[in-house]
Design a protein around this ligand. Structure first.
Ligand SMILES: [Zn+2]
Ligand SMILES: [Zn+2]
Ligand SMILES: [Zn+2]
Length: 148
């Protein structure tokens, strides 16, 4: 029963979501979702390395294509911290923000204090209907602060 790494319940959930977004359920897509779910805020290279433990032959390019497609469906959220490649996570649709340590680059999730998007009201919307306010917290983590 426990011969494979991916737990059945998670695979079933991802399969249902893929079908709901009109995507075929492939082992490549499932492996990418599994990898991103288990290491939130991973960069594409790290996702590819994790996927290769299950699918040794998959190319980095294929992983990029799948990440980009799944980001389009909304199943994966992509964000780009300053001075870093894009990061991916499966925590979507909750308008959470990120806190980035300017010392070591560590990234933490921060629940949105308001809980819906946009959580900041622009002083002047210039006639646009504003949908998202991108909030990024930057500072020093406790470890970096302790090092002075
Ligand atoms: Zn730090
Ligand atoms: Zn996050
Ligand atoms: Zn917020």
């Amino acid at each position: 029963m426990a011969s494979t790494a991916a737990p059945g319940s998670s695979t079933d959930r991802w399969s249902a979501e893929l079908r709901a977004h009109g995507r075929r359920v492939t082992k490549q897509r499932l492996a990418v979702l599994d990898a991103v779910e288990h290491s939130p805020h991973a960069v594409a290279d790290d996702v590819a390395a994790a996927v290769r433990t299950q699918l040794p032959g998959i190319s980095l390019q294929s992983v990029y294509v799948i990440l980009s497609d799944l980001t389009d469906t909304g199943m994966i959220r992509r964000f780009e911290p300053p001075n870093s490649p894009a990061r991916y996570e499966t925590r979507v649709n909750d308008n959470h923000h990120h806190a980035v340590c300017t010392g070591c680059g560590k990234i933490e999730d921060v629940d949105c204090a308001v809980g819906h998007s946009p959580c900041l009201t622009p002083s002047d919307s210039h006639g646009m209907s504003i949908q998202i306010a991108e909030v990024l917290y930057r500072g020093l983590c406790a470890d970096c602060a302790a090092k002075g």
